[in-house]
Design a protein around this ligand. Structure first.
Ligand SMILES: NC(=O)C1=CN([C@@H]2O[C@H](COP(=O)(O)OP(=O)(O)OC[C@H]3O[C@@H](n4cnc5c(N)ncnc54)[C@H](OP(=O)(O)O)[C@@H]3O)[C@@H](O)[C@H]2O)C=CC1
Ligand SMILES: O=C(O)C1=N[C@H](C(=O)O)C[C@H](O)C1
Length: 359
């Protein structure tokens, strides 16, 4: 891989920084120098803990549906609104599942005490953000979900599991008829969209929940629509660095590449350079040591045919709070769509941003 791509850091033409979280940086570079990137302070989240293993025999949950939920459709929510509905977070022992539960609790949402997880943890009860949650393995999920939905008709499922589970989970949610937010990447996307189109349910699917990154992708998409072919002949190099435990190639990078392809660049997804080795991440990418276990750095480098012009775009995220917050905004957005009986379809984070449904 070309180390220069990730180390290069020309003077940014613009720079966005999430000051509140201090975990996100994004920049657009046009043909300039090569030096330091923008990094921020660590922001570790607490680990989940296993508690006793006795099973929860009945899953009950009180529901609170604020009247504003039923009455509003697409308007932005004011901070005065007290919106609450139950969420089932699948993959709750994972990095994202845990962060989403913490963000959901902070937003006043009710977390249901059940979660789909791996076979190895089936039957265990874990504590996440002070909530005891029972893990259900791959068997018997349909009946669990059906009874949860019966007891919690306004529930929303949030899925941050594993690439292998994406299609089966989406099929199950569609079959049972529960609205869901799918943040898990990977799987067969064509099949996923077919499933949803046939089932005519409510879903929000996005490989990227960070609002500023979503806005960046949307801007790329607008550029591609307005100036198709503008970068014909240019070459593209894409490098993405994530924690070593990440199972798949960045779903976000794949989305951004679609925009570049519309702009005329020819690029196969298998050319994406994945960096999972912590030593390379430290030395070549410049990931801060404290974020080796949880980061997402992406660089897209474009060069003109005669090599006299180059562009570099990057979005670097440390930690995962920006995704967790975006996910809760997505769940609130979807809950409002359901309550207002809006069109049943697959929404995405662009819809959330466009409607201003963010806290
Ligand atoms: N859309 C976005 O903005 C983002 C998307 N992601 C995506 O979310 C997904 C999860 O990421 P992350 O939390 O970092 O990953 P983790 O590996 O930390 O968590 C995965 C979770 O899925 C569980 N799991 C394993 N097998 C199954 C199964 N068969 N069914 C249901 N659950 C299962 C794991 O349980 P166990 O611990 O027992 O193995 C664990 O709880 C990835 O696809 C990642 O790319 C991540 C960040 C942002
Ligand atoms: O697994 C992760 O961590 C991330 N996954 C998403 C992706 O694959 O695009 C989003 C972000 O890169 C973090």
């Amino acid at each position: 891989m070309s180390s220069s791509i990730l180390q290069s850091s020309p003077k940014p033409l613009f720079f966005i920084s999430n000051q509140k979280q201090k975990t996100f940086s994004s920049s657009l570079h046009v043909s300039q120098s090569i030096n330091g990137q923008q990094f921020h302070k660590p922001c570790f989240s607490k680990p989940f803990t296993l508690v006793n293993k006795k099973p929860i025999t009945a899953i009950t949950a009180t529901q609170r549906i604020d009247k504003t939920l039923a009455s509003s459709s697409s308007s932005a929510m004011s901070s005065e609104e007290n919106l609450s509905f139950p969420i089932m977070v699948n993959g709750c022992t994972g990095k994202m599942g845990k962060a989403v539960i913490e963000a959901g609790v902070s937003a006043g949402l009710q977390v249901l005490p059940a979660s789909f997880g791996s076979e190895s943890k089936a039957g265990e009860i874990v504590e996440v953000a002070g909530k005891e949650i029972r893990i259900y393995g791959p068997t018997g999920r349909e009946s669990i979900l059906t009874s949860l939905l019966k007891e919690n008709p306004n529930m929303i499922v949030i899925d941050f599991t594993v690439p292998d589970a994406v299609n089966a989970n989406a099929e199950l949610y569609s079959k049972v008829g529960v609205p869901f937010v799918m943040g898990t990447t990977g799987g067969d996307l064509e099949m996923l969209y077919d499933t949803m189109e046939n089932s005519k349910g409510y879903a929000l699917i996005s490989p990227q929940m960070g609002k500023q990154v979503v806005a960046f992708i949307a801007a790329m998409d607008i550029m591609a629509e307005q100036f198709p072919g503008a970068f014909s002949g240019y070459t593209l190099e894409v490098t993405e660095s994530h924690q070593a435990s990440k199972l798949d190639t960045s779903g976000t990078a794949k989305n951004v590449i679609k925009c570049f392809q519309k702009l005329g660049l020819s690029y196969d997804l298998d050319q994406i350079q994945q960096i999972r080795d912590p030593e390379q991440q430290l030395e070549m990418v410049g990931v801060p040591e404290e974020h080796l276990l949880l980061h997402a750095f992406h660089v897209y480098h474009l060069t003109s045919p005669d090599k006299t012009v180059s562009f570099e775009f990057q979005h670097n995220v440390c930690g995962n709070s920006t995704y967790a917050e975006g996910t809760i905004d997505a769940a609130i957005f979807l809950a409002k769509k359901v309550q207002s009986q809006a069109e049943k379809r697959i929404y995405d984070m662009g819809d959330v941003l466009r409607e201003g449904n963010m806290r």
